[in-house]
Design a protein around this ligand. Structure first.
Ligand SMILES: [Zn+2]
Length: 452
């Protein structure tokens, strides 16, 4: 079967997405169960049997499966049903109205990631309607709670019902959007994501009257030094293979990057100088690259003091630290503590809030090759690159179970690339109907060919 745009599903996939957006699954609290019921009803129309699991009241997850002969590896089509909050006052349409206009479906979740749920549900239906003789199981799971870390969604399923969602391959969010460079599309496949360490530092001091500052030991002043040290810290640059591959590929198409990238690859220690130069021309791109070259740490919350005239004895700050593949959360925390030796570790307390190790999947797999093959059929002059995500997704739960997991939600930038990214967790999030059809068609072709 050759790759083709499935125009005939346009209305069905659009209506499904519009209806799903109308179910407000803002997390917190999530309340995903109405969305799992809605998804179940849509799948049941085609004769699917769905299983719904609640990790807590209202926190629904839904799973269904098409059985294969077992000759080939199994594949899970994953998505999350929860979304982040949206302020209707900032939007030009209601964020939970599921409005269809100007060729787009508008609303919170249109990109992140109810559109992927819609595409994956459509793929399942097409496989069944066309009576595909699958050689491996294809499983669909739409889950709760990703936007708050996934512990009440995918994390809960993996702990409580691993047999229901374990698969050799997983397709999820985190990649797939084409970067347009000089009229050519570079499609991304997320094969790795950085680790996350959220930690709290409590600076201790001695209280006193602020009219005699010298007599007390001000915890805010101590925290000031902590924030200064960690917030400005530039840890050692480390060029991991996937980032090298990405830079090489993008530089081929981008004149601005060419010189800089070769300089960077030869002398990684000059990375910051090279990127500072690039930043003068393209700040966004330079910072995206910089965050992929090293571990980062940044203060995100600070609390201290209780009254205008009291020198506080405590001040707390929270830091968000992101590690490269190959680094560990323990190593990162030790590195941070080391930096703070001259601030006085005896006056500082550390508490880990969340720690997820970096995760990575190999890119030399039949699934990866099939994605490349399918994209080339749709768009012969495109290129495809693996990317390291600076953020985190539910993929890590599966990589921990040794599944090969890729972030691949196939999309073309049919508005300016930067603007499209800004709508995710931002204002006026929307997806074009063309993209819904394109994404469904690509995914369907990948699954069919992989499983034949
Ligand atoms: Zn998401």
């Amino acid at each position: 079967m050759c790759a083709k745009l499935l125009k005939e599903i346009e209305q069905e996939v659009t209506e499904f997405l519009s209806g799903l957006i109308r179910i407000n699954t803002t997390n917190p609290p999530g309340n995903e169960t109405p969305a799992t019921k809605y998804t179940t009803r849509a799948l049941e129309k085609d004769g699917f049997k769905c299983e719904q699991f609640e990790s807590a009241p209202g926190r629904g997850n839904v799973i269904t499966r098409l059985r294969g002969t077992g000759e080939k590896p199994s594949l899970l089509l994953l998505s999350h049903l929860d979304v982040v909050a949206a302020n209707p006052k900032e939007w030009s349409v209601g964020p939970f109205g599921g409005v269809v206009k100007d060729g787009f479906v508008w609303g919170r979740g249109a990109l992140d990631m109810k559109s992927m749920t819609a595409m994956e549900v459509m793929v399942m239906k097409l496989l069944k309607r066309n009576n595909m003789k699958l050689k491996g199981d294809v499983i669909l799971a739409a889950t709760a709670d990703e936007e708050k870390g996934g512990e009440a969604g995918t994390g809960w399923l993996v702990r409580n019902h691993p047999e229901k969602i374990r698969a050799d391959y997983v397709l999820n969010e985190g990649g797939g959007l084409a970067i347009p460079v000089n009229g050519k599309n570079i499609y991304t496949i997320q094969t790795a994501e950085k680790g996350i360490l959220w930690f709290k530092v409590k600076a201790k001091g001695r209280p006193g009257h602020s009219s005699v500052p010298g007599a007390a030991d001000n915890a805010i002043m101590r925290m000031n030094r902590v924030v200064e040290k960690l917030g400005n810290y530039r840890s050692r640059i480390s060029l991991v293979p996937i980032v090298k591959q990405f830079l090489n590929e993008v530089a081929k198409e981008n004149k601005l990057l060419q010189q800089g990238v070769s300089l960077l690859l030869e002398n990684p220690e000059m990375g910051d100088q090279v990127l500072d130069m690039l930043a003068q021309k393209d700040k966004a791109m330079a910072e995206e690259i910089r965050a992929r070259l090293r571990m980062t740490a940044t203060p995100t919350i600070i609390h201290g003091g209780v009254k205008e005239n009291i020198i506080p004895s405590e001040c707390e700050a929270i830091f968000d630290c992101r590690m490269l593949p190959g680094q560990t959360t323990t190593g990162a925390l030790n590195e941070m503590k080391n930096l703070l030796k001259d601030v006085g570790l005896e006056k500082l307390e550390f508490e880990t809030i969340q720690a997820n190790e970096p995760s990575e999947s190999p890119s030399n797999t039949p699934l990866y090759e099939q994605i490349v093959g399918t994209l080339k059929e749709f768009e012969p002059n495109c290129s495809v690159v693996p990317i390291l995500l600076t953020g985190g997704t539910d993929s890590r739960f599966f990589r921990n179970m040794s599944s090969t997991c890729y972030g691949f939600q196939p999309l073309r930038a049919d508005m300016p690339y930067g603007e499209m990214l800004k709508t995710i967790h931002g204002i006026d999030e929307r997806i074009s109907i063309k993209n819904l059809v394109f994404g469904t068609s690509v995914l369907c072709d990948v699954v069919e060919k992989l499983m034949m």
